[in-house]
Design a protein around this ligand. Structure first.
Ligand code: BG6
Length: 502
């Protein structure tokens, strides 16, 4: 965080008009409106704000406010009176390609600046189909909506392109209207409390950082599993798959945070520059090596929570012969002094037994085993970072449990964020909107990160698109195909169970 931001933090609420493109869409309803409401409840914004919903539907302000109210009722069941809050919401029917629409929007924003005493600060939030991001950005600039006394920031949702060339094209388009420091690319995993905690666990504890390297860590495992299938997103998911949907962004962001060097200061520039170095050190794969390092899977039918579910190829808007992966496991190698020789394994997929994101850091074995452990070798020390649904850390140690003999057994030290604080940590979107309003870009993705992650993932996608897979290859309700276990077994490791059912 920048020092100037700290001053603003303590003394003032940010004052801004938030313009949401895609105001009638799912993301706005499920995440953005409830998050803005929570920001007000948690005293992160005051009364000097307005939200303008922009969409193609010809809604009135009243209809819009009714919809916002419904989404708050759904997401925050014990909410208070919303009337005053809703009065800050305004709807603007809009045609993205028509310059006249931008002029009308400009007039409305100026009016709202006046009503709510906002000094021309604007957050333009793109929560709609990505094909319009570039057009909107350039029109905002050309029609003068970004030329105000205050700041203008562009918040942009994923997907940021579908490969490196398309991401580059999109970036060029938005950069024609906004500078890099005005662009806030969302990766909502960076808003999660325990993802933000990775840095703190590493850099605020003297006991971990000295061990955080290839001398003491055998491997790191990141698992992000979901029990949901592709739902009604078949059309999008068919062209994406788990690799582009989860690995290019969320998973590689967690890799960067786990592997980066300590930043010299906690500014967004310093942190991002360390993350970028990790991504640059990721060993790129050649197309003919992909099958040695990466495994793809697609769910067939099966049972989730005692209910029969269909296979991916039977889902709506999915090709019955689809070659799209709904599961990925991979082995990443980082070629730098700290990590050479220590693999980072990742896996993510849909229709797995549980919704869970966990990081397991497996430490190397002690050099000599002095204690009995029922004839087994000692359980390795593990540091488990629980990202969701539980938030916390668990440290697996060995300790004496019986007085009879020299006997060591595994024990766990548990810290659970939710229990200690007594309240749920804020939703990721609430934090990210708050950060953007305060000008803190630390938890957003810089273009350099986007470019490097696409270039890594593109080779894998290319290798997979040229060879049809033998899908489906895992049953719904399981932890993915056998090849995922074999990937670790080749190195003498195994996945540490991350769910009760595994
Ligand atoms: C999104 C993906 O980015 O992340 C979805 O598009 C996925 O397919 C979701 O379900 C997972 O996010 P979370 O916060 O529920 O783990």
């Amino acid at each position: 965080m920048k020092s100037e931001v700290l001053i603003v933090n303590t003394e003032h609420h940010p004052k801004a008009v938030i313009v949401i493109f895609g105001a009638t869409g799912d993301l706005a309803k499920r995440k953005l409106y409830p998050s803005i409401y929570q920001l007000l409840q948690n005293n992160r914004i005051g009364r000097e704000f307005a939200v303008v919903g922009v969409g193609r539907r010809p809604w009135t302000n009243e209809e819009f406010r009714q919809n916002v109210n419904t989404s708050i009722e759904n997401a925050v069941p014990d909410h208070g009176d919303t009337e005053e809050f809703l009065s800050h919401f305004h709807y603007h029917p809009f045609d993205v390609t028509n310059p006249g629409s931008y002029q009308e929007l400009k007039g409305l924003l100026e009016e709202l600046d006046h009503t709510y005493e906002i000094p021309g600060n604007r957050m333009f939030y793109m929560a709609m189909a990505p094909e319009f991001f570039g057009t909107i950005a350039i029109n905002l600039k050309n029609e003068g909506l970004t030329s105000t006394e205050g700041w203008s920031r562009l918040v942009i949702e994923k997907p940021f392109g579908t490969d490196l060339p398309s991401a580059q094209k999109l970036n060029d388009e938005i950069r024609a209207a906004f500078s890099e420091d005005q662009i806030y690319r969302i990766d909502h995993y960076l808003g999660k409390a325990m993802v933000q905690n990775i840095e703190v666990i590493r850099f605020a504890n003297a006991i971990f950082e000295p061990l955080w390297n290839n001398r003491y860590i055998a491997n790191i495992q990141i698992t992000s599993s979901e029990w949901l299938g592709v739902e009604d997103r078949g059309r999008y998911y068919e062209s994406s798959g788990a690799l582009k949907d989860m690995v290019q962004n969320h998973i590689l962001q967690m890799v960067a945070l786990l592997a980066m060097e300590p930043p010299i200061k906690l500014t967004d520039e310093e942190i991002r520059s360390e993350k970028v170095k990790v991504l640059r050190a990721l060993r790129p794969l050649k197309e003919n090596e992909v099958s040695d390092y990466f495994v793809r899977g697609q769910y067939g039918k099966g049972s989730i929570r005692n209910e029969d579910v269909a296979g991916y190829r039977e889902e709506n808007n999915v090709d019955p012969q689809s070659n799209t992966e709904t599961f990925v496991a991979g082995k990443l190698t980082i070629d730098n002094f700290r990590w050479a020789g220590t693999p980072i394994y990742i896996r993510t997929g849909k229709r797995m037994p549980a919704k869970s994101t966990k990081i397991v850091v497996q430490f190397k074995d002690i050099p000599m085993n002095l204690y009995y452990n029922n004839g087994q070798s000692m359980h390795p020390n593990l540091l488990v970072i629980n990202i969701q649904p539980d938030e916390g850390i668990t440290l697996h140690l060995n300790a004496k449990k019986t007085s009879e003999r020299s006997y060591a057994a595994p024990i766990k030290l548990d810290y659970n964020n939710n229990c200690i604080d007594g309240i749920n940590t804020p939703e990721a979107y609430e934090k990210l909107i708050d950060d953007c309003l305060r000008g803190d870009a630390t938890n957003f993705t810089h273009w350099d990160e986007v470019a490097l992650t696409w270039s890594y993932v593109d080779t894998i996608a290319k290798a997979w698109s040229s060879v049809p897979a033998a899908f489906p290859n895992y049953q719904s309700g399981t932890m993915g195909p056998d090849a995922s276990d074999e990937l670790l077994a080749k190195d003498g490791f195994h996945w540490w169970p991350v769910t009760d059912t595994e």
